[in-house]
Design a protein around this ligand. Sequence first.
Ligand SMILES: [Zn+2]
Length: 218
Amino acid sequence: MSSVPPPSAPESGVRVRAGSIPPMMLALPRGARMARVAAGCRAAALDFINRVSVRPDKAVLADWLRGAYRRHVVPVASMRTRRIDSSGVMPGALAKLLTHARLEVLTALEIARDPIEGVAFGYSALASGHLYRARDVEGNEGWVPVAQPRMRLTDRVLSLVAADHLLHSADYESTLFECMRCEQWVFDAERVDGRVCAAHASDVRELVPGASRRALAG
Ligand SMILES: [Zn+2]
């Protein structure tokens, strides 16, 4: 431990050194805004749920880890050189890994949607150390997911969910649902009662008398 590098200045980004005491508050880079971080985390998590985890494809998972996931997390310093990817996953194990992660994430989403249990979801995410408190240059505060070298895939996805949920728990309670037709998970306040996503709303209007009447009345 004789060559501990000096801590990076907040201006240089939001990286955190492995093994260091987490700072109380991370400063986001000048161009970043808290609301966009949360929205990006939500989009990346939904992409995992609706696309990446649906069928086992090593290239798709690798792209997600290097792209959508990587863009929204703060890597600890040791990860600058360590690749986060799926190259170590054996072909047969990939389906199992994704199925298991998907199931765990969906179970957590069900909890996050519950007004009472959702609070516990937020607290457990914070207690896990997978999130850091952060603030943008406009003073907006929130959380950013932290990418650690040895995190389970489920925890990577859940850290994205939690960063968004901690700011927007009401969206999870009242606008998140799984489409009955295509089984995609979407946030849509207008369609949450019917539980059919925008892509399939027109199909259902013909089948559901109530929806049809509403459409005619509107
Ligand atoms: Zn749908």
